[in-house]
Design a protein around this ligand. Structure first.
Ligand code: PMP
Length: 284
């Protein structure tokens, strides 16, 4: 089925949508993105994604080309137009298409940001719980991982290294400590306590992370934001990751070492339930 997509104010069939070869997103990865889940035809935590988008744009000095209200409307229109019940909305904003290739940012009066949105249909998204095997790989990404840029080559390579090793994903390790997964935030559980790295420029400030930690604290679960190693993770009772597209997902094997009985643990299972329940209440 041909999707309807959105490019710079226009709704078009995907086959007719295009951006310039001089777009800085294409030439320099000079672009930011967001992925918002859709459940029951409604957007999960749209507000969280919109706030982070604004922050990413600000950090890169890209003027926000679209208001939050208009962005919500575009999201809703695409979900409706493409009949998405369960799936995702991908949004990308680049610094725009200059008239040539130049490292220097173009004049903001002349070059306006490029805005692209499209949907991805994922039937069964809410029910999918896949026990994940991870390998560890060195984190060699740049130092501003808090900005959600489209520089995703190394995360892609990490997933390919995992695949080649017969695993599903990679956890990135810097100075001996886990930073995050290739496209998710990483957690371990020890003695009922949820442990995850604290926020800094070293990791993406996950929208799902913020919600899950808030719900965990509200449910009187203990949360500790600190660094942990692969060795500590291998000895943990449970491990899991969070992301807007996978919600809360169990990690059952780390570098070939099985965690516990190799099954999704009770803490992760409870957090996933609470997350889905609470997020659906506020979906818009
Ligand atoms: N870390 C990285 C590197 C990611 O790419 C993602 C997902 N885009 C996350 C964490 C999870 O963030 P969120 O919960 O906002 O999807």
């Amino acid at each position: 089925m041909t999707r309807t997509v959105y490019v710079n104010g226009e709704y078009l069939p995907e086959t007719e949508a295009s951006v310039s070869i001089f777009d800085r997103g294409f030439l320099f990865a000079d672009a930011v993105y967001e992925v918002t889940s859709v459940l029951g035809g409604k957007l999960i935590d749209f507000d969280g994604h919109a706030v982070r988008l604004e922050r990413s744009l600000n950090e890169l000095g890209i003027e926000s080309p679209i208001s939050k209200e208009d962005l919500l409307e575009v999201h809703r229109n695409l979900v409706k137009e493409n009949g998405i019940d369960e799936g995702l909305v991908y949004l990308q904003i680049s610094r725009g298409a200059d008239s040539d290739r130049d490292f220097v940012f173009p004049d903001t009066d002349k070059v306006k940001p490029t805005v692209v949105l499209f949907t991805q249909n994922k039937p069964g998204l809410a029910e999918t719980v896949k026990p994940i095997k991870v390998i560890s790989v060195e984190d060699i990404r740049w130092g501003r991982r808090d900005i959600k840029t489209v520089q995703l080559l190394y995360p892609s390579m990490g997933k390919m290294m995992a695949k080649a090793a017969g695993a599903d994903d990679a956890w990135l390790v810097e100075d001996g400590f886990v930073t995050e997964g290739t496209s998710n935030n990483a957690y371990i559980v020890k003695g009922g306590k949820i442990i995850t790295r604290a926020l800094s420029n070293d990791i993406l400030h996950g929208i799902t992370r913020a919600a899950v930690l808030r719900f965990a604290r509200e449910a009187q679960m203990e949360v500790e934001e600190r660094n942990f190693t692969i060795e500590e993770a291998q000895e943990a009772d449970e491990a899991f990751f969070t992301s807007a597209s996978a919600f809360v997902m169990p990690v059952v094997e780390i570098d070939g070492v099985q965690l516990g009985d190799g099954q999704p643990g009770p803490v992760m299972t409870r957090l996933r339930e609470i997350y889905l329940e609470e997020s659906l209440k506020k979906a818009e």
